[in-house]
Design a protein around this ligand. Structure first.
Ligand code: ADP
Length: 316
């Protein structure tokens, strides 16, 4: 069976915990999340052999992250821990206007040092080479140094030359980049090395000012990317495979409560189905199904029992 490794950052998450008691104290729930980690968990839940590659500390929260990965059957052999260090953290706040606001403490997070140390990089790339598929995002790229990005890009080249399939989600987060031009240059570079690109129209609009699907597709036509998937929230998903454009409708979802993790879980569903031999259209339907479960439940990583109760499998 094909194996995949996802690379990136998983953080401690503190989110408002609804209480029935009247109190002026804010009660927070502890969780763990990160775009590539969320995707890794959903890939494993859909039956794919998945590994997660990151750097953590040796604190109780890093240990909980490792335990969570193991309980979800996500391989932890590519996670290195270092004494005295910590994972990053973010806090979610329900603003009075009803919007959710995110506050981050991630500058000292150990994951920022991925691909920085020569010996560790050699060991990690050897492990990654044993996987058939590789997945990471623009967030993974944004948090590491210029030197590390170069190391990663070189590795992707070598990985693909040996038959590995590289899947990339741009996941543009402006505040993680020095400036928009830097992000544009690096993303374009990466797109030229991607086999499968899973994009969101909102990100493309933010990064490039795209006003239409056509504008996005036109820009990437010159890239080597063979398979381009464009997510657009509740609107139909567009796939472009070998120049063939297909629009896949997104059925109406009743009871949407939280769209956090929608794109990450869609990606998991899509890539997982492709890894199991389904067509890109079938894979998009699978991605839409996986995301539909996630948005009807709270949190980026929904409770496994809730997910399993609704997950229908590959054939939809
Ligand atoms: P991201 O979370 O990266 O912004 P999107 O919002 O485009 O990604 O959502 C990814 C996928 O999640 C969509 O392609 C769709 O399948 C599903 N989705 C998101 N929002 C909705 C919604 N309101 N109704 C139905 N499906 C949705």
């Amino acid at each position: 069976m094909a194996r995949i490794a996802a690379i990136g950052e998983v953080m401690v998450e503190l989110s408002p915990f609804p209480t029935t008691e009247s109190t002026d104290k804010e009660v927070m729930a502890l969780g763990f999340a990160g775009d590539t980690f969320n995707t890794a968990i959903y890939m494993a839940r859909t039956g794919i052999q998945t590994d997660y590659a990151t750097l953590l500390g040796d604190d109780p929260y890093s240990t909980q992250i490792l335990n969570l990965a193991s309980s979800e059957k996500v391989g932890t052999g590519m996670i290195e821990t270092m004494p005295g260090r910590l994972p990053g953290m973010y806090m979610i706040r329900n603003a009075p206007c009803g919007e959710r606001e995110f506050y981050y403490w991630r500058k000292e997070a150990r994951a920022r040092e991925l691909f920085a140390d020569k010996a560790h990089t050699e060991q990690l790339t050897k492990q990654l080479m044993t996987c058939d598929y590789l997945y990471f995002s623009g967030i993974t790229l944004a948090i590491i140094s210029d030197h590390s990005r170069e190391m990663l890009l070189n590795f992707v080249d070598e990985y693909r030359s040996q038959g590995g399939v590289f899947c990339f989600d741009i996941n543009y987060r402006p505040r993680l980049w020095d400036c928009q031009t830097q992000a544009q240059n690096i993303m374009m570079d990466m797109m030229a090395h991607a086999d499968m690109a899973l994009l969101t129209l909102d990100d493309e609009a933010m990064l490039w000012g795209d006003g239409s699907i056509e504008a996005t597709i036109e820009r990437y036509k010159g890239c080597a990317v063979k398979e381009l998937i464009l997510k657009r929230g509740a609107k139909e998903v567009v796939t472009l495979v070998d120049g063939n454009e297909v629009h896949i409708p997104v059925p109406w979802v009743e009871g949407v409560v939280d769209t956090t993790g929608a794109g990450d879980s869609f990606n998991a569903g899509y890539v997982s189905a492709r890894m199991q031999g389904l067509s890109s259209e079938e894979a998009a339907k699978h991605g839409i199904h996986v995301a539909s479960i996630v948005i009807r439940n709270r949190g980026a990583i929904v409770k496994k029992s809730n997910f399993d109760a609704e997950y229908k499998g590959l054939q939809l």
